[in-house]
Design a protein around this ligand. Structure first.
Ligand code: CP
Length: 308
């Protein structure tokens, strides 16, 4: 089987079969990653550039490790130390890199739509590693993989996405993916951080009461408050946000059932998530990070396979 798309720009463009193919291929790569020798020759002679115009720890390192585990040749680009700081355009930068016989581009950019623009103007396959407030497709894929690994299925599960929905590419990609795979979605948080009409537009539930959201769900995916994307204050203070919407151990212990806690990272400890929850028994946060490598191996392998 092959993916239906040449690029991975967003979950919006994938069909259910694409998602199933990526998740089942990732299962095979996860098995490879448990072996003493964690490397396979699948992408030998393929060269990949990791083009990061915005800060990242998990995604950048996870892509690089995935590429190296597949035996690809890897180039790393950080905008702050490149000639883009001298005014070179995105397209000039990428065309110059591609002229060095680079086959695939993994890109993170603060502008929503930047990878879509590139896809229209360059011949190489592009993987979106997060574009502005639009999509973060590999995060949603690794989240789905981690939920399935923990609970055995996606179909019929109730997933609450909690916090700064307004500025979150993780939220949008998760909503697209989980809806396609038959899960029910609820978004929760203060009204100022939830886009108006999201319920109707994306066919999701909206809940402003944290306790009710937690009582409803099987899985709570807690989002980072993205202060860097807020032009004006959207809640009174971080302390008050924590009091109203922070996930606390006591809240989880008072629920009628056990739920799974996820977070894409980086965490604002003591704001959206208390440390004893982030590091506690309900959390699968580090499993998400671990699974990111296998999921990104699957994405790169399947896109390269489509090229052949
Ligand atoms: N989850 C995520 O995208 O983290 P980074 O910003 O560290 O890559």
């Amino acid at each position: 089987m092959k993916l239906s798309t040449k690029h991975l720009l967003g979950i919006k463009d994938l069909n259910r079969e694409d998602i199933q193919l990526i998740l089942s291929t990732a299962e095979q790569f996860k098995e490879v990653l448990q072996r003493p020798v964690k490397k396979v020759p699948s992408l030998r002679d393929v060269t990949i550039v990791n083009l990061f115009y915005e800060n990242s720890t998990r995604t950048r390192m996870s892509f690089e490790l995935a590429e190296r585990r597949l035996s690809a040749d890897v180039l790393n680009f950080a905008a702050s130390t490149s000639s883009s700081a001298k005014g070179e355009t995105l397209l000039d930068t990428v065309n110059n890199i591609l002229s060095m016989k680079v086959d695939m581009v993994v890109m993170r950019h603060s502008a929503s739509g930047a990878p879509h623009f590139l896809a229209k103007n360059i011949p190489a396959a592009i993987v979106n590693a997060g574009d502005g407030i639009n999509e973060h497709p590999t995060q949603a894929l690794l989240d789905a993989f981690s939920i399935k690994e923990k609970l055995g299925r996606l179909e019929g599960l109730k997933v609450a996405i909690i916090g700064d929905i307004m500025h979150s590419r993780v939220a949008l990609s998760n909503m697209y993916l989980l809806k396609k795979m038959g899960a029910e979605i609820l978004v929760a948080g203060p009204p100022t951080l939830i886009p108006k009409y999201i319920g109707e537009a994306l066919d999701v539930r909206v809940e402003y009461n944290l306790k009710k959201a937690l009582e409803w769900c099987d899985v709570a995916n807690v989002l980072r408050i993205q202060l860097e994307r807020q032009n004006q204050p959207l809640f009174s203070s971080l302390r008050e946000y924590n009091l109203a919407y922070g996930i606390k151990r006591r809240l989880l212990e008072d629920l009628s059932k056990e739920i799974v806690i996820m977070h894409p990272g980086p965490i604002n400890r003591g704001v959206e998530l208390d440390s004893d929850v982030a590091d506690g028994p309900y959390s699968i946060i580090l499993n998400q990070v671990e699974n990111g490598v296998a999921v990104r191996m699957a994405v790169l392998y399947l896109l390269a396979d489509r090229e052949n």
